[in-house]
Design a binder for this molecule. Structure first.
Ligand code: ATP
Length: 246
């Protein structure tokens, strides 16, 4: 469980997350939605214990204070969008080998390559990959870590529809086997299809919603009581919250 306790995150006077309390349970896929520049990346990075903004309050992971703490560092992985995790001169497969050497619960590389269908470019250097290939590799790296908490920053924005389906299926399976996934996204129909819960970040608060097409939890691990009221599509919620002065 990741437990945010009166968490406030700010850059100077700009407060992006304001005294937020929230819990993220194993076995659940969470969508994190907001308008551009409202703090999704900042929140995910802070949850992973990465440096940057001022962070007040507490982030507790499996009862250990602070996600940067040594005991929990190997349990949580933040995957940036944009392929910034990758070394331009190295081959795709080199990155997976590094994960294998560094992460105590790393998964089998061959299995990951097969599951993510990245074999065709595994031997290519990063500088020769397309944006979508880099995004597929970044996701493969995230899966390879074996981390129980995956924080994925816009993981699908460069993927073609068949890859979106493939990775949605992989993420669902990971959640069903106990992984907690928090993914930011602007692709609201895939958020609706994949996520058990959606959190809208607005004015520093997290507003919880459930996807329209499935009012029941999509995985048995979801601990949270469902919010009262009818489920609503993410796009409708988005419009209500951000476009109509809601
Ligand atoms: N290092 C920094 N120093 C100061 N301000 C920053 C820094 N990094 C980000 N910000 C500001 O914090 C705010 C939130 O940025 P963030 O990248 O978290 O937004 P986001 O919701 O992920 O946006 P997008 O949807 O465009 O990716 C923005 O206003 C941005 O200008």
């Amino acid at each position: 469980m990741i437990d945010l306790q009166t968490l406030t995150i700010s850059y100077g006077k700009k407060v992006l997350v304001d005294s937020v309390n929230a819990e993220f349970a194993p076995g659940t896929v969470y969508g994190l939605v907001a308008q551009n520049g409202h703090g999704k990346t900042t929140l995910l990075r802070a949850m992973a214990g990465l440096p940057g903004p001022r962070v007040d309050g507490s982030i507790v992971l499996d009862e250990v204070q602070g996600t940067g703490a040594r005991e929990v560092r190997s349990m949580i992985f933040y995957a940036p969008g944009e392929g910034t995790l990758l070394y331009p001169g190295l081959r795709a497969e080199d990155h997976l080998k590094m994960v294998c050497d560094m992460w105590p619960h790393a998964r089998d590389i061959e299995e990951i390559v097969e599951q993510t269908q990245i074999g065709e470019f595994a031997k290519m250097r990063i500088r020769t990959l397309s944006q979508g290939m880099k995004q597929q590799l970044t996701l493969a790296i995230a899966y390879a870590t074996g981390a129980r908490y995956l924080l994925l920053d816009e993981p699908m924005n460069a993927l073609d529809p068949s890859r979106v389906d493939l990775h949605s299926e992989i993420l669902r399976k990971l959640a069903d086997s106990g992984t907690c996934i928090i993914m930011s996204s602007h692709i609201l129909d895939s958020v609706d299809r994949l996520c058990d819960e959606i959190l809208f970040l607005k004015d520093g608060r997290l507003i919880r919603s459930i996807p329209q097409d499935d009012a029941a939890p999509k995985s048995p691990g979801s601990h949270f009581a469902k919010p009262a009221g009818r489920a609503e599509g993410a796009l409708s919620t988005y419009r209500r919250l951000y476009e109509k002065g809601g």
